[in-house]
Design a protein around this ligand. Structure first.
Ligand SMILES: Nc1ncnc2c1ncn2[C@@H]1O[C@H](COP(=O)(O)OP(=O)(O)OP(=O)(O)O)[C@@H](O)[C@H]1O
Length: 648
């Protein structure tokens, strides 16, 4: 079992993190697999891994896979043939008789050996070509499978810490597939060449394969010891390495905080990374020293075994048990075989690491499939959408209390419905349940009388346009940032411009140096940085561009100036003019809710009031009335009275 150790703490870690900076997310997960992994366990897993990659390769490019496998097989056979041909040449050369005659007799074997060498070279080229064709396809296929799965996973599963951790781990495996396939190919070709050399040795003398095993065993042992030590170190130091990256990350960002320069935070970070880097360098030096010692021991043991093998050959030669030519071939075979062994050990070593990531990816994809949003079931039909919540309770995964409790309400078609309540009262959660992003823990949500639980969720999503609290900024053009509101349809510039016009952002975009082609991320060519309010308008344009039956708007005016805020609420109202579109509006600005057709008031996850502004204001000690009056008082503060001394 690998010893569990921790990296020693540097002064900087104590200063900045009050201890080690440990991840509780994806990276910390490597602890267990790293500890779990032993060399032999990995060697045993090899066939299963190979089968998994083989299946992917077969699906992507069966022809390339067949050619690759055949080329490897023939290549292995050729290396055996080369040894046999060499043996024949030596037999002829060491036979008695005049040299020209011996040379002439050895010529066919010599030519055959040369042809086999040339064939190996050609096959090597073919393998390189086929690998270049096959590997990227496999990598692309795995990456697509992984990221497709991630877009299909239920939000609740993403919120579950353990599930999300496992899902996120998979991303590191997408690059590993190609490397793992390459490792496998090397291992197979090494094994075949080794088998060929061992067979030739066994034919020469039954004791020789045993001698080969004696030579190989110490090198193998050395490689295993070095690898396990490296894994143990990686396990102990992985958080340290990540912590260093975390420290340096702000420095490389284009929008690095002003404190970096004005307060000299940059110097502090650099000093900390130097400090941490020194402890890491000491660990690397320790590993290198230990590796050198292990290598020396392994080389001494292997060397002793090699001397023993040569002594055995000597004895066989002197006792007449083996002709000189056979001994020459044996020396060559032993030399080749140890080379192949080294190749196998090195590649297995790499494969161990890659298989860790690959296994994670495989597990992620399987786990994601178990938590996928269903795309079959009843379709939500009809123009417009009537939403009904019946006794809905919802608790976030891992939470200790319900975010919503026994909520029953309606969101009628063609109306502006406002959701109000204090921070944390459950408004956003309710909106997400209405959008079909979450399923209730208990109770039911209906869209046009179809229960969301049984619905084809795509048909639910297709009814909804979202304008979330935090508008997502995508690293693409401003044009594409609006089009992403409705990506299933072809990009339509006129509609994009109209949506931007309605959202009050068109002029801003068109005045940018690259207008619609500006990349909405600083640090790239044509990159621009938009303000918070401008992003909010892009979000509005996105929702307008999407234009669906149910528009869910969560705090749309937080970053807008007062005039834009008034325009925004007017514009939202106009959405319902068609009599079909419903607007579900979450806001703390109660002046805006006054014109809503229906207001639902949430408090601590419960629905406490429902009605129009007038109805709710008429409620004595009503929560809405209280919130409204509090806000109104801010705008109409009592005029300051005369100062005390003036009244005297
Ligand atoms: N992803 C989550 N995981 C666990 N708990 C959550 C999650 N999101 C919200 N909550 C909790 O659920 C409750 C309701 O949150 P929600 O965001 O729905 O409130 P809200 O009324 O929209 O608040 P605000 O007005 O501040 O936006 C809160 O107690 C919050 O801490």
């Amino acid at each position: 079992m690998t010893k569990k150790a921790h990296a020693p703490l540097s002064q900087s870690e104590k200063l900045l993190f009050s201890g080690a900076l440990r991840h509780d997310k994806a990276w910390a997960q490597y602890e267990n697999p790293l500890l779990r992994m032993s060399f032999w366990a990995m060697a045993r897993q090899f066939p299963a891994m190979l089968a998994m990659i083989g299946r992917t390769a077969w699906r992507e490019d069966p022809r390339a896979l067949v050619v690759l496998a055949a080329a490897q097989l023939v290549s292995g056979a050729m290396s055996a043939f080369l040894l046999v041909a060499t043996n024949q040449v030596l037999v002829h050369l060491f036979a008695s008789g005049p040299t020209p005659e011996k040379l002439r007799e050895s010529l066919p074997a010599l030519l055959a050996g040369g042809a086999s060498s040339a064939g190996s070279v050609l096959l090597g080229c073919l393998i390189v070509k086929v690998e270049g064709r096959l590997y990227p396809k496999i990598e692309l296929s795995c990456r697509t499978a992984y990221y497709t799965m991630m877009t299909r996973v239920e939000m609740a599963a993403m919120e579950d810490k353990d599930i999300h951790r496992q899902l996120a781990l998979g991303q590191y495996g997408t690059d590993s597939v190609r490397r793992m396939l390459s490792n496998s190919v090397w291992i197979i070709s090494g094994l075949m060449s080794l088998a060929a050399a061992a067979t030739v040795l066994a034919c020469l003398h039954p004791l020789l394969p045993a001698a080969l095993a004696l030579i190989a065993a110490p090198r193998w042992w050395g490689a295993v010891v070095v690898m396990r030590r490296a894994y143990a170190s990686q396990h102990a130091w992985i958080d340290h390495r990540r912590a260093t990256d975390v420290l340096l990350y702000p420095i490389t960002r284009a929008d690095a905080t002003p404190e970096l320069r004005v307060h000299g935070a940059g110097r502090l970070l650099i000093r900390a990374q130097e400090d941490m880097g020194r402890t890491a360098a000491a660990e690397k030096a320790r590993l290198a020293g230990a590796e050198a010692k292990t290598e020396l021991t392994a080389a001494a043991m292997s060397g002793t075994a090699r001397i023993t093998a040569y002594a055995l050959l000597w004895w066989l030669l002197t006792s007449g048990g083996m002709p000189l030519a056979a001994a020459g071939t044996a020396v060559l075979a032993i030399r080749n075989a140890t080379g192949y062994l080294n190749q196998i050990v090195t590649q297995l070593n790499h494969m161990c690491e890659e298989s860790l990531y690959l296994t994670d990816m495989d597990n992620s994809i399987k786990l994601g499939a178990r938590h996928a949003i269903p795309d079959n079931g009843a379709t939500v039909k009809g123009a417009g959408v009537d939403v009904v919540l019946a006794d809905v309770t919802f608790r976030y995964p891992g939470a200790t209390r319900d975010a919503l409790r026994g909520v029953s309400l309606t969101i009628p078609q063609g109306k502006v419905v406002a959701l109000v309540g204090e921070n944390g009262s459950g408004k956003t959660t309710l909106a997400h349940l209405v959008a079909g992003l979450y399923l209730p823990t208990s109770g039911k949500v209906f869209h046009n009388r179809v229960e969301i639980h049984d619905a084809d969720r795509n048909s639910v999503f297709d009814k909804v346009a979202l304008l979330p609290q935090d508008v997502g900024s995508w690293p693409m053009t401003v044009r594409a940032n609006i089009h992403i509101g409705d990506p299933a349809r072809p990009m339509h510039q006129e509609k994009i411009e109209a949506a931007a016009e309605q959202a009050g952002i068109r002029q801003v975009v068109e005045e940018l140096p690259h207008a619609w082609d500006s990349i909405a991320l600083k640090g790239f060519e044509r990159g621009v940085r938009l303000s918070g309010g401008q992003w909010q308008r892009i979000g509005i344009a996105r929702a307008v561009y999407r234009r669906r039956d149910l528009l869910i708007v969560d705090e749309p005016t937080a970053a807008l100036d007062p005039k834009a805020e008034i325009d925004m609420f007017d514009s939202l109202r106009s959405f319902t003019d068609d009599g079909t579109t419903t607007v579900l509006l979450i806001t703390h600005r109660l002046a805006a809710t006054a014109t809503a057709d229906l207001i639902h008031v949430l408090h601590d996850g419960r629905l406490v009031e429902s009605g129009t502004h007038t109805e709710l204001m008429a409620l004595d000690k009503g929560r809405y009335r209280e919130l409204y009056q509090l806000q109104a008082a801010q705008y109409n503060p009592p005029l300051p009275g005369p100062r005390k001394e003036e009244t005297v």
